[in-house]
Write a protein that binds this ligand. Structure first.
Ligand code: G1P
Length: 291
């Protein structure tokens, strides 16, 4: 009678400093990847993984996200009157995908603190966390892959991928023992170690399956790297209490919270676009040859 994972938390309170000036007056999560805001890719991944209720942890200047998932009454009326049914459906479907709750993180105290805001929403169930900076393109949604792992290995599950050793200071890094195909039992984890201190090159990406025990742990977690409460530290405190697994997901991950990653995501998704992917590819070939 293992509890199924039906709830997910998406923290969207971050400032988007790495994308300035584009994010000066709008949430980074609303920047488009081809034709949809970045946050929609992550919401769709959650929905396609069986999530039924979502909590978005927002902050100041993030109201556009709430408006986006709400009905757009005037716009819909206009599209209806003009008989633009296809567009009307596209617009309306966004607001009917899933039930979304919102809570505001009033002070930017870090990812761990943002997740702590989900305590009341989560109650006593296992739940997922998806970071909106990480967009993952895969045939089976990354979170769904993790939920499948969870069925055989109930416990905390972290999505991981191997990174160049010089980049360990950008990620939570895991030390683990390989126990199955693509699966490690976690023995230690550390937030953004420099390459000299990193126990491996196995990096956490922004997908987690967590237990409600994380909230007790977060309460006792002191600010860590950058003076912020880190989720990595709170998970580390649970090593003695919970089984923790790291799962090497199948798929391509883009860090869209950063300019180059954002561009790569746009190009990659544009190439796959049904309407204009072929033409875009030809265009890219042409300009790359000229350059
Ligand atoms: C966060 C986490 C880090 C993780 C990363 C994945 O860092 O703190 O452990 O590896 O997300 O994207 P951030 O990139 O938000 O600084």
């Amino acid at each position: 009678n293992m509890k199924e994972i039906k709830k997910a938390v998406i923290p969207v309170a971050g400032f988007g400093t790495r994308l300035l000036p584009a994010t000066k007056a709008q949430p980074k999560e609303m920047l488009p990847i081809v034709d949809k805001p970045a946050v929609q890719y992550v919401v769709e991944e959650a929905v396609n993984s069986g999530i039924e209720e979502l909590l978005l942890v927002t902050g100041r200047n993030k109201r556009a996200i709430e408006d986006y998932f709400d009905y757009a009454i005037e716009l819909e009326r206009e599209l209806e009157e003009k008989g633009k049914t296809d567009l009307l459906n596209v617009v309306r479907n966004v607001s009917e995908m899933v039930s979304i709750y919102y809570v505001r993180q009033k002070v930017a105290n870090g990812l761990g603190d943002a997740i702590y805001h989900a305590k009341g929403f989560v109650s006593d169930e296992p739940f997922a966390v998806l970071l909106a900076d990480d967009i993952i393109d895969s045939s089976k949604p990354c979170l769904k892959q993790m939920i499948n792992v969870y069925k055989s290995y109930p416990g905390i599950i972290l999505a991981v991928m191997k990174v160049p050793i010089k980049d360990t200071n950008l990620y939570g890094i895991v030390k683990g023992k390989k126990i199955d195909d693509r699966l490690y039992e976690v023995e230690d984890l550390i937030e953004k170690p420099n390459p000299m201190e990193a126990p491996s090159n196995i990096a956490i990406v922004g997908r987690y399956i967590l237990m409600p025990s994380i909230f007790e742990s977060l309460k006792d977690t002191k600010p860590g790297k950058n003076g912020e409460v880190q989720i990595t530290d709170a998970i580390r405190n649970l090593l003695i209490k919970e089984k923790i697994y790291a799962y090497e997901f199948e798929g391509a991950r883009f860090d869209v919270g950063e300019k180059l990653g954002y561009l790569k995501a746009n190009v990659s998704f544009a190439l796959k676009n049904k309407e204009f992917g072929k033409e875009f590819k030809k265009y890219l070939k042409d300009i790359v040859e000229e350059a």
